[in-house]
Design a protein around this ligand. Sequence first.
Ligand code: ZN
Length: 312
Amino acid sequence: MSKLLDRLAAGPVICAEGYLFEFERRGYLQAGAFVPEVVLEEPALVADLHRQFVHAGSDVVEAFTYYAHREKLALIGREGDLELMNRQALKIAKEVAAEHDSLVAGNICNTNIYEPDDPATHGLVRDMFTEQVAWAAEAGVDFVIAETISYAQEALLALEVIEDAGAAVVGLNCMRGPRTMLPLLGEIRDACQGHIAALPVPYRTTEAEPTFSALTDPDCDVIPDDRPFPVALDPFTCNRYEMGAFAKAAHDMGVTYLGVCCGAGPHHIRSVAEALGRTPPASRFSADMSRHAYFGTNERISSVNQEYSSKL
Ligand SMILES: [Zn+2]
């Protein structure tokens, strides 16, 4: 954890998330169960996505163990692969982080079995966290992320298992897009002394539909169940400028750990990095429309093309 705190002392830390959605889109895991089977079946692809996010500006390589927990593996009949999947994901993350001197993070998440009034579930949750955190510790991660947890008590259980109930960073990730997450950050900032995290989903959530699972799409009548979440959210995707504007606004409010969750692409992460004044390697290819064939202003662009652009 001290390595994370050292980085935070030097400036904001960027963490790319959203691996499940990205590999679902690419066809390497199934929406619904959302288990990161790609870790075992196509490890090179996982390493490449880590690299692409680092290239785009992520300071953290987060091991792809989101939903690689006992409950999810049992759901798809692969409980026997639990330890291997975790160890493999951690190994991949460690290797990529070492290539770039990035931070490497273990990851635990919502167990989906926690029930506030049933103490028996609390013990099971603790056991699930304990085995995953032990594998992460053995792999030598710099810190462990507990994320996308709805219940405060479940999050506290995670903290007890990770680090004696202490947290280097607290905040929000997933569910809400930039527009509906930003107003909550001020409250967290006022209530917390330490570092604050903000990793929204890159979708245009609204006051009336504040989470990506609540979004409706009246312009489309072919979505099963009429619910765009989780695989028909495309028309709500935030562009890179929106994600950059969010990062700047959140940072101005004192948020020091920034990223993007489900739905994130490397172009979003690059915009977050650039909004914080950075130029990651991917910034070499940030848009320069002065060179565009029709909309460009470069002296090589013909005036005929420039005039034609007004008709496009
Ligand atoms: Zn998410």
